[in-house]
Design a protein around this ligand. Structure first.
Ligand SMILES: *Cc1c(COP(=O)(O)O)cnc(C)c1O
Length: 434
């Protein structure tokens, strides 16, 4: 990976101009537009392993990995082959097929307490449906979420939601009726007292508490195990369901997600990203006694034309099989540790305050000193400004990081030592220039 000059990306610019004519903001998901870092997005032509190439022919080591799904890297051969074979037998039937049963058997065997799962086509659908199920099962309306946790863009979850919203400093979205949001209670993360007070006041009206057990959409706000355990105990005591949103952490931080890592079993868990191996898959599940409240067994309606389609199922199944076969989770933890070892002295020598926060193969560069933040309001607001300059220096050096200081980075099995070395060298060079 060679040094490059800051030549304008002519072809990317031309495509982005066309994109803005026909796509709102030129994109299909807001953070992709580079608003938080300034400048114009690069337009991608291809990905292979740890690398992506833009339409101007520049290559980058990719640490976004499509925001998490690509745990094996781009165009992994076994996944591509599984997808090809499935597609040749028809891409969707709208009827029960073998592959959805096999993926369901696989995920229920890996995730603690998961007896039954329903597949959908995105993480948003998974959390939206899981909340409906929780309300249907408990006969209660109130849900509790934490400030800075993102659970997709369903109406009642789009409150203090981090991710693209944190990026834009919008606390909320237009188009969400107040009456929807009024059924959602917001608490700060890492605050035992606030949690206890809320449960004391209205614990018996709460249908579910939804949390990212490893919050990774508003920086990486690693929680104390004791806080998550308190959540487990209070929900149990008050007959509310505990919902772990493992759309990022599921099948990423280990075979059994955060539930296994902390030894805490939720009542419901939601999945996305890695579970689809780069194709659109989400899922939610729990004990059979809860899941059998879904139609056609029970009164809670939920459906999907392309849910469980064989092509997407094949990608997810091959991804999980490869991770198991190759002891992928162990290798990713080793890679994460290596990155930490390589990067720590570089960050410690930096004049600009910056620290690495990491959980397994998920990492975040926090542009602030002191203790790593555990809650959204502990993030230094000036960090975003430092990150703008840093992001573009990294891009010029052939490293693609998330175009927002609030987003995390991901390692995949395709990231080799040379890629980590390139990341560290580039960070060192960028920090020197800041
Ligand atoms: C990405 C994400 C979602 C939403 O998933 P989509 O597939 O983008 O709809 C929900 N929850 C968490 C924790 C996520 O990271």
């Amino acid at each position: 990976m060679t040094e490059r000059s800051a030549q304008p990306r002519v072809t990317s610019a031309a495509w982005f101009k066309r994109a803005k004519e026909c796509l709102p903001g030129g994109v299909n998901s807001p953070v992709r537009a580079f608003h938080a870092v300034g400048g114009e997005p690069i337009v991608i032509r291809s990905g292979r392993g740890a690398l992506i190439e833009d339409v101007d022919g520049r290559t980058y080591v990719d640490f976004v990995c499509s925001w998490g799904p690509l745990i094996l890297g781009h165009a992994h051969q076994a996944v591509v082959e599984a997808v090809r074979q499935a597609a040749e037998r028809g891409t969707t039937y709208g009827a029960l097929c073998e592959l959805e049963i096999e993926l369901a058997e696989t995920v229920t065997s890996l995730y603690p307490g998961l007896e039954k799962v329903r597949f959908v086509s995105s993480g948003t659908e998974a959390t939206m449906s899981a909340i409906r199920l929780a309300r249907g099962v408990t006969g209660r309306d109130v849900i509790v979420k934490f400030s800075g946790c993102y659970h997709g863009h369903a109406d009642h979850l789009l409150v203090a939601a981090g991710s693209g919203l944190a990026t834009f400093g919008q606390p909320d979205s237009a188009g969400v009726p107040e009456s929807f949001a009024s059924q959602t209670r917001i608490l700060p993360l890492d605050d035992d007292e606030a949690l206890e007070t809320l449960f004391h006041q209205e614990g018996d009206n709460i249908a579910a508490v939804i949390v990212e057990p490893i919050p990774a959409n508003n920086g990486l706000l690693l929680q104390r195990e004791a806080f998550l355990r308190k959540l487990r105990n209070l929900t149990q005591k008050h007959g509310a369901l505990l919902l772990f949103d493992e759309v990022i952490s599921g099948f990423r931080v280990g075979a059994g997600g955060a539930a296994e890592l902390f030894g805490i079993t939720p009542d419901l868990a939601t999945f996305g990203k890695v579970i689809g191996g780069g194709l659109p898959v989400g899922g939610f599940g729990g004990a059979g006694t809860i899941m059998d409240n879904l139609a056609p067994e029970g009164p809670v309606y939920q459906a999907g034309t392309l849910s469980g389609n064989p092509v997407a199922m094949a990608a997810g199944l091959e991804t999980l099989r490869t991770l198991k076969r190759e002891q992928g989770w162990q290798k990713l933890e080793t890679a994460g540790k290596k990155l930490e070892t390589m990067l720590t002295p570089i960050l410690e020598a930096s004049k600009t305050p910056v620290q690495l926060v990491r959980c397994a193969s998920v990492f975040w560069l926090a542009f602030q000193g002191g203790a790593a933040p555990r809650r959204a309001d502990a993030i230094e607001p000036r960090a975003a400004k430092n990150y703008r300059r840093f992001f573009h220096l990294m891009l010029e050096n052939g490293v693609y990081l998330a175009p927002s200081s609030y987003e995390v980075g991901f390692l995949s099995l395709a990231h080799e030592e040379k890629h980590l070395q390139h990341l560290c060298n580039s960070i060192s060079a960028a920090l020197d220039k800041m």
